[in-house]
Design a protein around this ligand. Structure first.
Ligand SMILES: [Fe+2]
Ligand SMILES: [Fe+2]
Length: 209
């Protein structure tokens, strides 16, 4: 019974912490390259909406890595997933801090995003370690491309958000490379297209609510 309950309790604990506790970063927030300027109300609103999308992405990253670690067959792989999830906690804390600083709210749909991503992570994990890693590699690549697009959209004056996004982009690229190095299988093209569609729905909604 304890054996059965342990993973369930660990997962429930991770979910509650992600959704309701204030995350603690182990790395300092990346410093801006130049002092942030005074933003107009519109710039602040735009930046807040984009950082809410990025915060949702990090809520999903917590759910995915926690779920995939829970069902990984290889203990070394489980440790790698948990290690990556710690770095994602920095991202979660940084994006949350930027939301606060911009006077923006996190997405009210976060419990829904967490549950959906957790389900996807379990599904990917059940397909076996190579495909689970393939799912990580593809997710991280798509997130990296998405963050790159935000560097075009974030107001130039918001150097604090831009510094966070730039560091996250570097970290996500490294997570993808680590997954490939650990033996990720390439996902079939329809699976990648489906993932792109799902993330489009999520980013469109999270931009508003
Ligand atoms: Fe991240
Ligand atoms: Fe990542």
């Amino acid at each position: 019974m304890t054996l059965l309950l342990d993973p369930v309790l660990t997962a429930a604990d991770a979910a509650l912490r992600t959704l309701f506790a204030r995350p603690h970063a182990t790395r300092l927030m990346p410093p801006p390259s130049h002092a942030p300027g005074e933003m107009s109300d519109n710039e602040r609103r735009d930046a807040g909406a984009l950082m809410r999308v990025n915060h949702v992405g990090e809520v999903c990253a917590q759910a995915l890595y926690t779920a995939q670690a829970a069902v990984a067959r290889d203990p070394a792989l489980r440790a790698q997933f948990l290690e990556a999830s710690h770095e994602e906690t920095d991202h979660l804390a940084w994006t949350r801090q930027r939301l606060d600083e911009l006077g923006a709210r996190p997405s009210i749909l976060n419990p829904l995003w967490y549950a959906g991503a957790f389900g996807l992570g379990l599904l990917a994990g059940r397909l076996g370690d190579p495909l689970s890693l393939g799912f990580v590699a593809e997710t991280e690549r798509q997130v990296e491309a998405h963050l790159d697009s935000h560097l075009d959209r974030l107001p130039l004056i918001d150097s604090a958000s831009r510094a966070v996004v730039e560091q996250m982009k570097l970290d996500e690229a490294r997570h993808a490379a680590q997954a490939v190095h650990a033996g990720a299988a390439e996902l079939p093209a329809p699976a990648k297209a489906l993932m792109r569609m799902a993330s489009r729905v999520m980013t469109t909604l999270a931009h508003r609510i």
